[in-house]
Design a protein around this ligand. Structure first.
Ligand SMILES: [Zn+2]
Length: 484
């Protein structure tokens, strides 16, 4: 048995309450506060808290971004192909090119050019906007994307547009071994002091890769997978009896995004009169989706960014009577009337504080009045809404400190208002225990320091209660791998 007395300047729980200066850890599990004579001392020159839990991110897409090639600097199609051929993973994925910045302005790269540099693995180069990409022959043939979207794919040039771009990438991932990509993402997450995550829209290939890593002891975080409903059975089968990952729920989308003006609003966009966005799932659709999911013990996680989409999800959840097994992703535009309903509903509202920083243009979309309804975390918390923190990585950085800064309104954008700032205690709680409970499954027991729970502990040089800015979190090294 591996026993450790973890001795620190201070050990704090998820509420940042001081617990002790010593805890006993045995075989990766917290035994009790205090020490034991037979245990080995581990000295931590700092302050210990539970490791973070990120309740909404995308493991595969994060891994892809880590393995991808930055094509923003390329100045010609040849340059692009050469750079892309250096991609390390089993797929040559790159993003960021813009033909308007090529020396020969406007010349698009082609399938045949990519083939010359990358003949032996699928290659996909996505334009800076994400709405256009070029594929090599191998990628085209693996995905047969031209059969799915004949109008959006030019088979001859390899140019793919709009929806076909995203689907092509996802489909390639389903056909190659994504274990390296998934492993890289897992290591990156762990490196930032994050012990558990919810992986949203988890593809089957990701579930398979997680199971593979788990079976060889390389899954060093815990993962709650939320596949789309059509992938539920396959994802369940892939994960089988994995110890550190499980299918916990199902994910779907009720609307789009504010950036693309597809988030569904109750009133028209301030900067596009006549447009209220897109409702992708009605209340009835959501109730149908819940069927065969909720009654089998799975959670439901619905993306709703605009206030009208949020209202649709709330009504559906009320009728289903889902309560704490329901999650609402983002809830970006939440007027006071809906906040009251969210509090009564009791579902988890999984927010991304860092959107406050990235959506610097939000006042254009919503106008001066409605912008007060965007990311109103303090109002939500005071009303009793069960919020949980996340990054939506790779949409936002995986770095938890950036998220905490944004939650505390330490930023200058229109939604970083002092009256909506959370305290450090609140930030830590919503980023540990609350996000663990929202995630569920094998992640649910993380985000706390209690006897019998996994010893997933991090520490800071600074006192987390008083330090204005926290430094990089470090792991308390008490176990070589995750407990089962
Ligand atoms: Zn997401």
């Amino acid at each position: 048995m591996a026993s450790y007395n973890v001795r620190a300047l201070g050990i704090y729980n998820e509420y940042l309450d001081y617990i002790s200066d010593t805890i006993l850890v045995e075989d990766g599990v917290i035994k009790r506060f205090g020490s034991a004579s037979y245990a080995k001392d581990v000295y931590v020159d700092g302050h210990v808290v539970p490791a973070f839990v990120d309740a909404h991110l995308h493991i595969t897409w994060l891994g892809l971004a880590l393995n991808g090639v930055d094509l923003s600097g390329v100045r010609s199609p040849e340059d692009l192909a050469r750079k892309l051929s250096l991609a390390p993973a089993g797929i040559a994925y790159g993003r960021g090119w813009d033909q308007e910045r090529f020396e020969e302005r406007g010349t698009l790269p082609t399938r045949k050019l990519l083939d010359r540099y990358i003949p032996d693995k699928p290659a996909i180069a996505v334009r800076v906007c994400g709405h256009l990409a070029v594929l090599n022959t191998m990628a085209l043939e693996l995905t047969r994307i031209y059969e799915v979207f004949p109008d959006l794919v030019d088979k001859e040039t390899g140019i793919v547009r709009e929806d076909a771009v995203y689907r092509a990438v996802e489909s390639i991932l389903g056909k190659i071994d994504v274990t390296k990509i998934v492993k890289d993402a897992v290591m990156e997450i762990k490196r930032h002091g994050v012990a558990g995550v919810s992986s949203m829209s988890c593809p089957v290939s990701e579930a398979q890769a997680l199971a593979r890593l788990d079976s060889v002891g390389e899954l060093v975080i815990r993962v709650a997978c939320y596949p789309r409903k059509q992938h539920l059975a396959e994802a369940l089968e892939a994960l089988g009896d994995a110890r550190n990952a499980a299918v916990v729920g199902v994910k779907d989308f009720a609307d789009g995004s504010l950036g693309a003006r597809t988030a569904y609003l109750s009133e028209e966009y301030n900067d596009e009169p006549g447009n209220r966005g897109l409702l992708l799932l009605t209340k009835r659709d959501i109730m149908r989706l819940a069927d065969g999911v909720v009654n089998r013990g799975f959670k439901l996680a619905i993306h709703a960014i605009g206030d009208a989409a949020l209202s649709e999800v709330i009504e559906a959840y009320q009728e289903i009577g889902i309560g704490g097994d329901g999650r609402i992703e983002h809830a970006s535009v939440a007027p006071p009337s809906l906040i009251r309903e969210l509090a009564v509903l009791g579902s988890h509202v999984v927010v991304q504080p860092r959107f406050r920083v990235s959506d610097w243009w939000i006042e254009d979309r919503l106008g001066k009045e409605r912008v007060r309804w965007a990311y109103p975390f303090k109002t939500m918390v005071d009303a009793g809404v069960r919020i949980a923190f996340s990054t939506d990585s790779p949409v936002e950085t995986i770095n938890p400190i950036e998220t905490i800064m944004a939650a505390e309104s330490r930023c200058s954008q229109p939604t970083c208002r002092a009256e909506e700032a959370l305290t450090r205690r609140e930030s830590i709680y919503y980023y540990t225990r609350a996000s663990a409970l929202a995630s569920g499954g094998p992640v649910a027991e993380l985000g706390t320091i209690q006897s019998g729970k996994p010893a997933m502990l991090i520490w800071f040089d600074e006192d987390p209660k008083t330090a204005r800015k926290l430094g990089i979190p470090k792991w308390v090294k008490v176990a070589s791998s995750l407990p089962g």
